[in-house]
Design a protein around this ligand. Structure first.
Ligand SMILES: NC(=O)c1ccc[n+]([C@@H]2O[C@H](COP(=O)([O-])OP(=O)(O)OC[C@H]3O[C@@H](n4cnc5c(N)ncnc54)[C@H](OP(=O)(O)O)[C@@H]3O)[C@@H](O)[C@H]2O)c1
Length: 294
């Protein structure tokens, strides 16, 4: 029986993984209050005492703007913790699943990014996540890194929840139409992770060793933030509560933020689909499912 140590169980993705991974083994799910991943001694001890066969790391410092003024903290969570997890995984023959971001790219590409495209992060968060990837890859562990993008969940305060709230508070909404990405429903990301992990476990150690590495895993297709907001408003099951009468396109320059963001960061996920024999639903299809309720 597999024992799965899940880190970050209360995050957007972690909460969904807690449910979708449960059929694959005994879950040991923790979050910051149980185990701070920046406490390296505690992290090593937790791995020694729980003795997992699989570690899934959904913990991360994801405050992109906040990371600009807290680079050390961002690196401790996004680089040093994954480095330790990978080191322990290699020593103890544990399978590691880790997540990274489209923000490792600079956004200058004109087509969806593939896994070995040139990386050049524009902000501290992206740099810390890229360094985390490099540590995991360099460790020699059996590790799968899923790079994802524009993750949302209807729990918490992500983009979808914000748009729904703004639409109830304001008559006019302005959303940028010069940032393009792949909106990704946390629940779909968790389901696809579980299915892929299940496939990998069935195929065994040689297959795992041969196929470890980076995979892009995000909602299929691409949208501007404006198009995404438009779809959210259209699919709102309680649209009658909206005060918003106009959704208007805006430019990134009009909303200065501490961190620069890539203008284009759609991900090409064909490697994941082909390797694991899975279909990743188009982002709009997943949004429709997400918004149709639990
Ligand atoms: N959100 C996005 O748009 C996006 C886009 C691309 C890639 N990703 C990647 O996808 C993965 C999942 O992201 P998400 O959206 O689910 O993130 P999230 O909602 O911010 O969840 C991250 C979790 O990590 C926990 N955490 C942070 N610092 C910790 C620490 N020192 N020790 C233990 N736990 C800690 C957080 O706990 P607290 O709440 O207590 O801080 C939170 O529960 C991450 O690797 C992220 O980089 C996300």
């Amino acid at each position: 029986m597999n024992r799965i140590l899940l880190l970050g169980k209360n995050g957007q993705l972690g909460w969904e993984l807690w449910r979708t991974l449960a059929p694959l083994g005994q879950m040991i799910a923790v979050d910051r209050q149980d185990l701070d991943v920046t406490n390296q001694g505690q992290l090593r001890e937790a791995i020694a005492t729980t003795s997992p066969t699989i570690i899934v790391n959904a913990s991360a410092f994801t405050d992109v703007d906040g990371a600009e003024s807290k680079p050390q903290f961002a690196r401790a969570v996004n680089r040093d913790a994954p480095a330790l997890l990978a080191d322990e995984s290699r020593q103890r023959n544990i399978i590691l699943v880790h997540y990274s971001t489209d923000f490792v790219f600079d956004g200058l590409e004109k087509r969806a990014y593939v896994e070995d495209d040139f990386t050049n992060p524009l902000n501290v968060y992206g740099k810390s996540k890229l360094e985390g990837e490099q540590e995991v890859l360099g460790s020699g562990a059996i590790a799968f890194i899923f790079r994802t993008s524009w993750v949302y969940s209807l729990r918490g305060n992500g983009f979808v929840s914000k748009v729904l709230r703004w639409a109830r508070e304001q008559e006019t909404l302005r959303v940028v139409d010069d940032q393009i990405g792949s909106p990704t429903w946390a629940r779909m990301l968790a389901e696809l992770t579980a299915l892929a992990l299940h496939q990998a476990l069935i195929r065994g150690p040689d297959w795992l060793a041969e196929h470890r590495g980076i995979y892009h895993l995000a909602g299929s297709g691409a949208a501007t933030r404006f198009e995404w907001a438009q779809a959210i408003l259209e699919l709102d099951p309680r649209a009658s509560e909206q005060r918003c009468k106009a959704l208007l396109p805006a430019k990134t320059d009009e909303f200065p933020t501490p961190a620069r963001r890539p203008a284009y960061s759609a991900l090409d996920c064909r490697k994941f689909e082909q390797t694991f024999g899975l279909r990743i639903p188009p982002w709009h299809e997943s949004l429709e499912l997400a918004m149709s309720g639990d």
